[in-house]
Design a protein around this ligand. Structure first.
Ligand code: 0O2
Length: 273
């Protein structure tokens, strides 16, 4: 059975899957920027992607009794040769991501599996979406299957650890380790719940940090222009004042300071933010 698999040119066969993963990552990551632009905390923290390793494809085919006589028939049954993982901060963000994905017309959703409301017996939680995704290569158009896994950071941490242990023990995790994994799945669930409760605080804190970073960028830009184009000598003094206000951390004082710089920039007829 394995011999036929090894005879295939895996690099060429898997290339459209590689392309699908890369394209999907870029497309889904672009939501992060879009949320930033409207001053909202993105429901997506980060996006990861991978093409299943040949060894794992062969193992899964073996596990699921999938014949290795034809690559394309096999690939239709494996479903997750191309895998993209969307990591969220909060459980409620998962639904937002699912809604965004359902609106896309550059992919076709085949099935959705909700292992969040109904977690797996192992303790595994994640939302799975199987899609068909068109890829254009030198040879023309083709379609590949991909699996999108949407989960929180806590779910992801747990799944990564459990996956490593399953691999280490060849699927037969000893009882004591298994019990600890079940306990840690509960802890990950509790963590997600607690974070959900203080979500408002976290979103507010994130917004404040973003606002502070924005105003600091503007201040630095305006001081640089006053120094470079207006040859303003007291820039050193302004810089010291900025450092002390920045240390204090008051957003109002930083805004007032930038207002002062804007007025100076207008006076000296230099560009400002
Ligand atoms: P790898 O190395 O991650 O690629 P099904 O249960 O078959 O109806 P499902 O869950 O979509 O539907 O399929 P499957 O084949 O069980 O799991 C698909 C992928 O989900 C797995 O890929 C894992 O990434 C993840 N997964 C599913 N169940 C578990 C689990 O109990 N623990 C962990 N850590 N991950 C899980 P692979 O092929 O197993 O591995």
């Amino acid at each position: 059975m394995y011999f036929l698999g090894e005879a295939w040119d895996w690099h060429i066969l898997l290339n459209p899957y590689e392309q699908a993963v890369n394209e999907l990552r870029v497309k889904i990551e672009s939501y992060i920027k879009e949320f930033e632009l409207i001053d909202q905390l993105s429901p997506i923290e980060r996006v990861e992607g991978r093409v299943k390793r040949v060894g794992s494809i062969l193992d899964k085919a073996n596990r699921k009794n999938i014949p290795l006589t034809n690559f394309y028939e096999m690939a239709e049954l494996i479903e997750d040769i191309a895998g993209v993982r969307v990591i969220c901060r909060f459980v409620e963000d998962i639904e937002k991501v699912v809604l965004l994905l359902r609106k896309r017309n550059d992919l076709k959703i085949l099935t959705e599996r909700d292992y969040i409301t109904k977690r797996k017996p192992s303790g595994y939680r994640s939302y799975h979406i199987h899609i068909r995704y068109p890829v254009t290569t030198m040879k023309g158009n083709t379609e590949v299957l991909a699996e999108l896994q949407i989960r929180t950071m806590a779910m992801n941490y747990w799944a990564a650890i459990e996956h490593t242990l399953k691999y280490k023990y060849n699927g037969n995790i000893p009882d004591d380790v298994h019990k600890r994994l079940v306990k840690s799945a509960e802890a990950a669930f509790a963590l997600d719940h607690e974070m959900g409760v203080i979500r408002g605080e976290i979103v507010e804190a994130h917004r404040a940090v973003e606002q502070k970073n924005d105003i600091v960028d503007k201040i630095l830009h305006n001081m640089k222009n006053l120094f470079t184009y207006a040859r303003l000598e007291k820039v050193d003094e302004l810089n010291k004042e900025f450092i002390s206000i920045n240390e204090e951390g008051s957003l109002e004082k930083l805004n007032a300071f930038n207002q002062q710089l804007r007025m100076m920039a207008q006076l000296y007829k230099v560009d400002y933010f």
